[in-house]
Design a protein around this ligand. Structure first.
Ligand code: GLY
Length: 438
């Protein structure tokens, strides 16, 4: 098969790495890709938002399957443009991508199909929003309706903060067009996990779980980022919880989307919070998480191309009986440029990646990297490398990943030293309980 993968991040490197291992993968292209993806795909100089050039390229190369990594092109309708030319795509249409592209759409769907989520109201007029905030009281969560690069969610602890967030969003100051409609919802307190499923328009199958570390600082402190690390599976996930999430959230969503006339094909990534042990939906994304995807791909023990092809053709449950996973835990440590998530220097030199890449059970996935004329690796973005390792336990996965991180020499980079700490704390509690009961 000839495959075109869209995107340039660590998620796309992990997908390319798995796709390239398929016996059926004859040609793999990535637009635009990065310096790491070059090892397994031909990178082409077309940006992910240039749908006209991507469609033209897919026609010229007679591409059999397009896999779309990031949400932007999906919400903008790349899948629809490709379908118009009869090109198979794993990724939702613009109508289905509203699950991530419009927080209000997602919440309304939950109400209509009885999917457990926080109580909410939608606003476009500031005075109405302020009246609601005063009547409801705080804490409240204020969300920009549209895509805001992961920054459009404010947890407000005071009435003043809530009103300010609503004003910044509705006036367009904060997130432009994306904030001109907002959702205000009740604050839910609990532990969060990322749950993944694959859908083919009609059916949905589980695709494991992960937990990411969104804050920049150790102990989950400081500003939010795209993710400073992750591990999979999520330590809170049990068979019973997974079943509940499927019955109460994933399946009703796929059924509801089909009933609404926008069947969902692609990755359904649910941000779940456990409130008193019960799963509630925080948000949907319509693509793999980054860096969660890196940990999933390290654990996957099945031909990814077979899965995605079946999904794109509406044959997921006809073709796939059960997806196999390695028993191990995988853990990813993100290395980022100093200053991230604010401003940071670009084109700084990184060495030692090859030495890290050959460490046992380890793969270094690139995100914001390029090669200069001398073939040195330079950073082009904020999140730059995802050092991902497997281990029999979360603890060994963590040890393996940090041993590999030590091989990398990047004076202008930084990383968190505590990825996996929630799960490790639980492991230690279990060990302590066992030694007491002995
Ligand atoms: N790591 C969170 C996300 O991909 O949205």
């Amino acid at each position: 098969m000839k495959i075109l993968l869209i995107g340039a991040g660590g998620r796309e490197h992990a997908l390319a790495w798995q796709l390239a291992q398929s016996d059926r993968c004859r040609e793999l292209y990535c637009a635009p890709g990065n310096a790491g993806i070059e090892e397994c795909a031909e990178c082409i100089d077309i940006q992910a938002d240039d749908s006209e050039a991507l469609v033209a390229f897919a026609i010229e190369k007679a591409i059999d399957l397009v896999v779309v990594g990031p949400e932007g092109p999906l919400v903008a309708g790349l899948t629809d443009r490709l379908h118009e030319k009869n090109i198979a795509v794993f990724g939702p249409t613009a109508a289905a991508a509203q699950l991530e592209g419009s927080k209000g759409f997602m919440k309304d769907l939950c109400t209509k199909y009885n999917i457990p989520t926080a109580a909410y109201s939608r606003f476009t007029v500031l005075e109405d929003a302020k009246e609601f905030i005063t009547a409801h009281g705080v804490p409240l969560v204020i969300k920009a309706d549209g895509l805001a690069a992961g920054k459009g969610v404010i947890i407000a602890a005071t009435i003043e903060d809530a009103e300010q967030a609503a004003e910044d969003m509705l006036s367009g100051t904060a997130f432009g067009q994306a904030g001109q409609s907002i959702v205000i919802e009740e604050f839910m307190d609990g532990e969060e996990l990322s749950v993944f499923a694959l859908a083919d328009g009609k059916t949905v199958i589980p695709f494991s779980s992960a937990q990411d570390h969104k804050r920049v600082g150790e102990g989950d402190t400081g500003p939010n980022t795209g993710g400073m690390g992750a591990y999979s599976p999520a330590h809170m996930m049990t068979e019973a919880l997974e079943q509940k999430i499927y019955n109460q959230i994933m399946q009703p969503t796929i059924d509801g989307m089909a009933k609404e006339g926008c069947p969902f094909t692609g990755v359904l990534f649910a941000g779940i919070i456990l409130v008193d042990g019960e799963p509630k939906l925080l948000e949907f994304n319509v693509r793999f998480g980054d860096p969660e995807c890196q940990t999933l791909m390290m654990r996957l023990d099945y031909d990814l191309l077979d899965i995605l092809t079946a999904g794109a053709k509406g044959l997921l449950t006809d073709v796939i009986d059960e997806i196999y996973w390695r028993e191990d835990t995988a853990l990813c440590v993100v290395m980022a440029a100093q200053g991230y998530p604010d401003s940071y220097e670009k084109n700084t030199l990184i060495t030692g990646i090859d030495a890290a890449d050959v460490m046992p059970e380890t793969k270094v996935f690139h995100a914001g990297t390029k090669r200069n004329k001398s073939k040195d690796i330079l950073n082009t973005g904020g999140r730059v490398l995802g050092i991902t390792s497997r281990g029999e336990t979360i603890s060994t996965a963590q040890i393996n990943a940090y041993k590999a991180v030590e091989k990398i020499n990047w004076p202008k980079g930084f990383f968190r030293r505590d990825i996996g700490w929630h799960a490790l704390k639980k492991d230690q509690r279990n060990i302590a309980t066992k030694s007491i009961s002995c």
